[in-house]
Design a protein around this ligand. Sequence first.
Ligand SMILES: [Zn+2]
Length: 295
Amino acid sequence: MHLRLLAGAILALGLILPGARAAQAVRDIPHSEWNAPQKPFRIYGNTWYVGPYGLSSVLVDTGQGLALFDGGLPESATQIEAHIRALGFRVRDVKWILNSHAHSDHAGGIAALRAASGAQVLASAAGAHELELGGADPGDPQYGSAPQYKPVKQVRVVRDGEVLQLGRVAITAHYTPGHTPGSTSWTWDACEGGRCLHMAYADSLSAIAAPGYRFIDHPAYVAAFRKGLATVAALPCDILVTPHPDASGFWEKVAQRKSPTDVAPLVDSQACRNYAAGAAKNLDAQLAKERAGAK
Ligand SMILES: [Zn+2]
């Protein structure tokens, strides 16, 4: 009887939450598994996954040097370098390292990767500031609780909407503040046999705060956050990759591929819209919780 009740409850949850399930984490990868090994592989065309299992690092072969999005944790750098080599590329050919946001789980490995490659590091204006502070930015909702890392100096600042011509690939920076003040999403095209797809590396959108920080106390920040969500929703987006792959169901999509060249399960032109919609719901829930707690 109890088992049947439990099964019924699980079924009911499944019926109630399919939207939420599609829009956000299908399975949260615990922190302990963030740096777990992951075989590198081609996502599509010029774009490869070279991160550990729980933290995305995305490599783009521009034809005239490699561009790398994010460097994982400090301890992820050696794994990312090994993945680049395993694919037949050279670490010293990484000419650009672009950051989503300056938390230790995406920027912690950048100093070592730059040292190994000599690459230029690129970020938004606020992102560059946060990198130079080693992740200790008082304007970050997670300031005080987010782990710090080796500061990254001499970061090239990229403007909102700026199109970078890196080798033969045009990469656009989209400021999407909220998770951090400097959060940035990046888009480019990847082609195979004449079929080009819009790639979106959309930043984390979770409204997470250190103890004592309330988003309701920062209305201008929340307004910028909502603008960032609208930006993500409108990105050119056939294939979405997020800094935490589980935040957009990436591994479930990869598991559905029938072969390593089967891109169909990864293609979803609504992915960015759904990702932003799920995040908007979470932000609203966070604000409601804060308002309830403030009474
Ligand atoms: Zn973060």
